[in-house]
Design a protein around this ligand. Structure first.
Ligand code: AMP
Length: 623
């Protein structure tokens, strides 16, 4: 463990020296003039004056050296598609998509919203944007009209790229209907909508939409040169949930992100050029950005781009892909492993998974039984690691690419190089001791590749994420954690109202405001309640506007409303109608008490509660 510890220490003792060394992992058009500029805290500028391009580093430079090596391995267990693009074929697709965007007047600094399922055009579109300096924002296909409209309004894209439909577990999800709904309510209208027609859905087609494939084919020979970007110029915006109803547009830079991802593939995931990376997430999430599209390609690895679920057509599907495409690194979420653990073990054993060196899990706590089951079922090390949309790459992890060391169940191991992690007492603001619960924070500055600001909202970035303590400025993760005497960190859940359903982060306020959109509902509170497979599931408490009105069918109507506005992932598993919500005297909803009651725990003393009898009413409603 000494080597890994020394590596981390060197990154904190001499950050500029450390990150100057890592900058060599990518190609620069102009080398950086300064490694770090911290003249305007809490903003961090890495590699200032350097010019580079994310897409060039991910695609073109490998297309020159290893044109025929596999780059993108597209497999859909939904449609049966199975196509491998070499680096040179990928470059061709990216260039043509970039030419299509340019033909629509998209240039440097313009925004493009991508609302696509896991089809290769999604990767082409992302890489095409970064190739020409346009800023992409991918919205997860599981989000429905209101959620999509909120993001369209905030980003104000000039072009929106969507598909007719996605598929999940054999079921067609008509994206056109959702998009139509979003465009109908959004205050912003993109100049152009480009549609990828998969031939899956014809209802609700978008008037005036440009057909992706015919437009692209018409531009066969059009050039779309790489736009050299100053390292700090934005590459993309990715929306994530916060404590308010308004999603936060996490903004990423160019050079710092490229370096951080290339370094993480080497030191954390231990992936090597020419090998294959299999991350089972979706491009709508940060894992999809960092470890399906950009990270593996930057490192010269092939990436498996998979559309489908872990169990369709059967639970052997992922493992048959491991046998066929021989990934050395796999990345998934605990929830998927919990689902697989309910199935017969043989579906793994009957495939040859000998290529796989390690399995990585993130997105939610990895409970010990699931960690044990996965380790035993796969017969190789399973790593928990912790990070967030905001950081873009891991904060707490083992570093097997530097040195293998012992893992402890329930812990994602240690703070990663570049992050000066501190656990701070929630009330006193002092550093906590070993085995004492504290807020997980990172002393400013954050390393390269992390969020640079919130889209068009520097003030919200500052006020949401940074707090001053005695000895300086700290970034808040909004997670509680403890560190044991050996330095291993264990996560203890969020400190805010964000919940985690099947590894997906949802803001309870967004669900609450969707529910309150129902005329018969006056007020609502949503909490995350423990769930065996999904980790957490949303449970909603709703107060009818008219206490005497009939409530028959109201629960079902509310569920449908949430589905329509936010998407099925946000649908509460239960709606509990109650006469009032437990609140403090200052009017704050006591969500943790509601959560405790749902999980059959004692809510404890509630000294600030306005009306203690409400707790009994809730107990009664839950019984
Ligand atoms: P997201 O930004 O959607 O990736 O969600 C990030 C949040 O997921 C973190 O702030 C944590 O609350 C949770 N999370 C991610 N990885 C882990 C992990 N390995 N253990 C516990 N919680 C995690």
């Amino acid at each position: 463990m000494e080597k890994a510890k020394a590596f981390v220490k060197s990154s904190l003792d001499d950050p500029e020296g450390f990150w100057a060394e890592q900058a060599k992992l990518i190609d620069w058009q102009d080398p950086p003039k300064q490694i770090f500029d911290g003249s305007h805290p809490p903003f961090s500028r890495w590699y200032t004056g350097g010019t580079t391009n994310l897409s060039y580093n991910a695609v073109d430079r490998h297309a020159r050296k290893t044109p025929d090596a596999p780059a993108l391995i597209y497999v859909s267990s939904e449609t049966g598609a199975d196509t491998t693009y070499s680096f040179s074929q990928l470059q061709d697709e990216v260039e043509r998509t970039a030419a299509l965007l340019k033909s629509l007047d998209v240039g440097k600094g313009d925004t493009v919203l991508i609302y696509l399922p896991m089809i290769p055009e999604a990767a082409f579109a992302m890489l095409a944007c970064t190739r020409i300096g346009a800023i992409h924002s991918v919205v997860f296909g599981g989000f429905a009209s209101r959620a999509l409209a909120d993001r369209i309004e905030d980003l104000e894209p000039s072009v929106l790229i969507a598909a007719d439909a996605g598929m999940r577990g054999g079921k067609v999800i008509n994206y056109q209907t959702l998009l139509k709904g979003a465009l109908g309510v959004s205050r912003h209208t993109p100049d152009h909508v480009v549609m990828v027609d998969r031939g899956l859905a014809s209802d609700d087609s978008i008037d005036g939409a440009i057909d992706f494939h015919s437009a692209r084919d018409a531009l066969e020979d059009a050039a779309a040169d790489v736009e050299w970007m100053e390292s700090n110029e934005p590459s993309y915006v990715l929306y994530t949930s916060g404590t308010t109803g308004k999603p936060k547009g996490v903004q990423r830079d160019t050079g710092g992100y490229a370096v951080a991802l290339a370094a993480s593939i080497r030191y954390i995931y231990d992936g090597r050029p020419g090998e294959t990376f299999f991350a089972t997430s979706d491009i709508g999430w940060v894992v999809g950005h960092s470890y399906i599209v950009y990270g593996p390609l930057l490192a010269g690895m092939a990436s498996i781009f998979y559309e489908g679920t872990p169990v369709h057509p059967d639970p052997g599907i992922w493992w048959s892909l491991v046998e066929k495409y021989k990934p050395s690194v796999m990345f998934s979420a605990p929830t998927a492993m919990r689902l697989l653990a309910t199935k017969d073990h043989d579906f793994i054993d009957r495939n040859d998974i000998s290529s796989l060196r390690r399995m990585w899990l993130a997105g939610e706590p990895l409970d010990e039984p699931t960690a044990r089951w996965s380790t035993q079922a796969l017969g190789r090390p399973v790593y928990d690691h912790f990070w967030q949309t905001e950081t873009g790459w891991p904060i707490i992890s083992a570093l097997p690419g530097v040195e293998d060391h012992e893992l402890k169940w329930g812990s994602p191991s240690f703070p990663v190089y570049g992050y000066d992690v501190a656990l701070i007492h929630e009330e006193t603001g002092r550093l906590v001791g070993a085995n004492e619960k504290g807020l997980l924070t990172v002393k400013w500055p954050l390393p390269p590749g992390t969020m640079t600001t919130l889209w068009r909202d520097d003030d919200r970035f500052k006020s949401t994420y940074f707090a001053e303590f005695d000895d300086g400025l700290y970034y808040q993760t909004f997670d509680f954690a403890v560190q044991d005497e050996d330095g291993y960190i264990t996560l203890l859940g969020r400190s805010d109202d964000v919940i985690n359903v099947a590894g997906h982060r949802l803001g309870t306020r967004e669900i609450e405001s969707a529910i309150c959109g129902h005329d018969a509902i006056a007020e609502a509170a949503v909490v995350g309640v423990e769930d065996k497979v999904k980790g957490q599931t949303p449970v909603a408490f709703a107060v009818p506007a008219d206490a005497n009105a009939a409530t028959h069918g109201l629960e079902a109507q509310i569920k449908t409303l949430v589905d329509k506005q936010l998407g099925a992932i946000a649908r509460p598993s239960r709606i509990v109608l109650v006469p009032s919500l437990p609140k403090t005297r200052s009017g704050k909803i006591l969500r943790r008490a509601l959560q405790a009651l749902c999980e059959g725990r004692d809510p404890g003393d509630l000294p600030t509660i306005e009306d203690a009898s409400v707790i009994d009413q809730i107990r009664g409603a839950l019984a």
